[in-house]
Design a protein around this ligand. Sequence first.
Ligand SMILES: Cc1cc2nc3c(=O)[nH]c(=O)nc-3n(C[C@H](O)[C@H](O)[C@H](O)COP(=O)(O)O)c2cc1C
Length: 327
Amino acid sequence: MNSFGRIFRLHIFGESHGTHVGICLDGVPPGIYLTQTDFDADIERRKPQAVGTTKRKEKDVPIILSGVFNNYTTGAPLTIVFTNEQHNASDYHNMTYHYRPGHSDFTTHVKYKGYNDFRGGGHFSGRLTLPIVAAGVVAKKIIKPIEISAKITSIGGTTTDFEDIIQSVVNENDSIGGIVQCVVSNVPVGLGEPFFDSLESLLAHAMFSIPGIKGIEFGSGFKLATMKGSEANDCFINEQGKTKTNHSGGIIGGISSGNDITFSVVVKPPSSIGKTQFSYHWATKKIEALTITGRHDACIALRVPIVVEALTACVLADCMLIQKSCG
Ligand SMILES: Cc1cc2nc3c(=O)[nH]c(=O)nc-3n(C[C@H](O)[C@H](O)[C@H](O)COP(=O)(O)O)c2cc1C
C-alpha cells in the first residue's frame, strides 16, 4: 500500500504529472527542530545534475503543511508537499496502448482498469522519491547519532570511469544499471522485530519500494553461498559485540548487532530509452517499433543513494521508536 512503518509511519501521495507529490508522516516525536532549509542538502543530492540524468529540472521546494509550529515538530501528522512545475504530458500520448517495456505502464493499466494517471509513470514515477527524501530528513533527526552513507559502487558492471560508461550509453540512446552500497554506523544493538519484521525484512521492504530496485544483499550476501562457516563467522572481539569481520552486515537473527549495517541494492537500467524497441501494441495488436521520447534518466543509480539513505533512516527511526515503546 502507500503507507509504511508501525510508529514512524509514511503515507505517500502524488503523481509525476499531477500538481503535487508529497508525504504525511505520522508518529513524529514532538520537539524536533525543523525548518525548510534543513531539507536543502538532501534534496539537492536527489536532483538530476550529472550526465545521464533527466533534463526535467524542478525547484523542489518543500512546503510544510502541518505538524510544525514555531520551527519545532508538534507530534501531529507532518505533511510535506512539493509542486510539480516542469511536466510535459505530450511525451506520453503515444504510450496509451504501446506500453514501455520494463516500465509499469502495462501492469498499472490492467490493475487500475485504465483509470491510472499514466503520464510520466504517474504514481510509479521516480518523482515520488522526492517526498521520500524529505521523510528521510526528519527520520535522520530522530535516529541521531546513527550515521548513514550510501554511494554508487558500480555502473554497468565496472567500478571505475562511471562518466565514460554513462556517456557512451547516452550516445547510444540507451540506459544502464548499477549498484548502490549503504553503510550505517553507530547503530545500537537490538533494532528489528523478528519474526516477520526482522531488520533485513524491513530494510528490504523499504528498498524494493524505490522504483527500479531489483535486488538487495546484506553483508557478504550472495558470496556467503561460496564460503565455509569458518570463513563466514564474524568472531567477537569485545564485550559490546564488536566483530572482527562483518560478513553478516551488522544484522544477526534479524536484530542489529551493533556493528555497521551494510547492504547493497541493484538498480536496474531505466526502461525509457530512445533506442528503437519492438514491442506489442495493444491498439493495432501487432509488434511495432517504439521509440521513447521525453526527458529520462539514463542511469537511475546516480540519483538513488540519497533515496536509499532516506528510507534506511525511516526504517531505523521506526525501529527505534518501537524499541523505546517496549521499554
Ligand atoms: C530517482 C528515479 C528516477 C527514475 N527515472 C526514470 C526515468 O527517467 N525513466 C524510466 O523509465 N524510469 C525511471 N525510474 C524507474 C521507474 O520509475 C521504474 O522502473 C518503474 O516505476 C517500474 O518499477 P520497477 O522498475 O521497480 O519494476 C526512476 C526511478 C528513480 C528512483
